[in-house]
Design a protein around this ligand. Sequence first.
Ligand code: HEC
Ligand code: HEC
Ligand code: HEC
Ligand code: HEC
Ligand code: HEC
Length: 308
Amino acid sequence: MKRNRVRSLFFGFSVGLSLIITTGLFSATPQKDILVDSIEDLEKLFPPSSNCASCHANVYEEWKKSLHHESILHSIGGLANFIKFGIYGEEERKARAEKPGGLKAEMMKCFSCHAPQLEFASDKFIREIADAIVAYADRNDPKAKALLERLNVSCYVCHNLKALHPPERPSPKVIYGPNITAKLPFHDTKRNPFLQNSNFCMQCHGVFIAPDGEPIMCNTLSQSYRDHYVAMGGQKTCQECHMKAKNRGHTFPGAYNVEMLKEGIEIDVHIRKLTDLNPELPKDQQWRPALALTIDLINRAGHRIPDG
Ligand code: HEC
Ligand code: HEC
Ligand code: HEC
Ligand code: HEC
Ligand code: HEC
């Protein structure tokens, strides 16, 4: 007989005493004075990452390998379904979206993390982008793709727009970095330790509460980081595992990376030889060799896996 025991995933570190103090949820704080109508004007406010490549070539190449680089294109199916079946399919949502500013309010429920610079887009531009998402998802429209690939979690999104702890707002054109305090001739730089805090990542990698109160559960990874990993004494930040370890830098490996996946799951297999008695068989065959197989799956990541 073969006994097979697969324990559910649990966290492989000892339980310590740690305290989590809730300081409130992140929420969007829209600043409506500047609204642009085109991708060209948006890129004047939030220069594309290619502008940084001449001096930060390595970081730029790393970023291009990350999903932050294609945070609209990679999620295109889900975004198109939200537009087709959520916005145009649900009566209440449709009614809200038809009011002035309503389509933007609905779309920001996704864009606040997938392309937060669109906070500065006009209603007209948001409609153009929503149409492009459906056109690319349904018909592979090349013009739509050319627009959408310019929308992503760019250098500027992290080093300016999202770099300060909400509700603080960034100064236009300032590049916030983790180290430099001296004045640079290349760009206005300010040191900002929030970039090295897990809360920086949790702004997007967690539950989001839209200004109208609707919770968006695109992913809940931060909650498990906080309530399981940190609460049980885990010490590492998101940046330590996803950027600093093994010089991962700005490639941000996750579930699509085999090495990262292996690192997340420890498989412990124990095999014991046994013999089983089967009285229904002839006497000389009653004792049969068997194995007891115990498989422990231990989660070494800083949160529940898989997420999503
Ligand atoms: C709080 C920020 C946030 C909001 C709001 C948000 N997302 Fe996401 N979304 C993420 C992050 C972060 C990931 C990557 C998560 C991961 O891989 O664990 C993701 C992943 C996805 C994926 C999966 C990509 C894949 O790996 O296949 C889809 C599809 C998606 N989002 C669609 C949407 C849609 C549609 C909305 C709006 C209704 C939305 N998201 C709202 C942050 C957000
Ligand atoms: C998803 C958010 C995110 C994006 C996108 C991003 N960065 Fe960063 N970057 C960080 C964080 C966080 C740190 C600090 C890491 C640490 O020290 O813990 C950092 C550090 C840096 C540093 C200083 C240390 C180093 O790693 O060299 C430079 C320079 C930098 N980023 C440039 C860029 C450029 C250029 C781009 C675009 C090609 C970019 N970043 C895109 C989050 C981001
Ligand atoms: C003309 C060259 C040049 C361009 C273009 C440039 N940078 Fe820099 N940047 C530098 C130099 C030099 C440093 C200081 C040395 C270093 O950290 O690499 C620096 C430092 C940084 C830092 C690190 C600050 C810290 O605290 O360590 C960040 C973040 C950064 N740049 C982001 C960007 C972003 C984002 C862009 C594009 C919008 C950009 N840079 C464009 C030259 C440039
Ligand atoms: C502005 C919002 C935003 C911020 C800030 C941000 N991310 Fe992301 N991140 C995303 C989105 C959106 C995706 C998913 C893109 C997709 O799949 O379409 C993603 C993808 C990822 C992935 C790849 C997920 C996978 O399934 O492979 C990792 C890993 C990741 N982010 C880690 C981080 C870490 C660590 C930080 C903090 C240093 C961070 N992110 C900051 C929005 C953000
Ligand atoms: C102790 C190291 C560690 C810490 C801390 C950690 N991660 Fe991870 N993370 C991993 C490993 C390993 C994986 C790959 C396992 C997997 O995805 O199944 C992973 C996977 C991910 C993925 C892809 C998950 C999926 O299933 O789609 C995202 C996104 C991510 N991490 C973001 C974060 C963020 C954001 C934080 C901080 C709030 C964080 N991680 C903290 C080690 C860590």
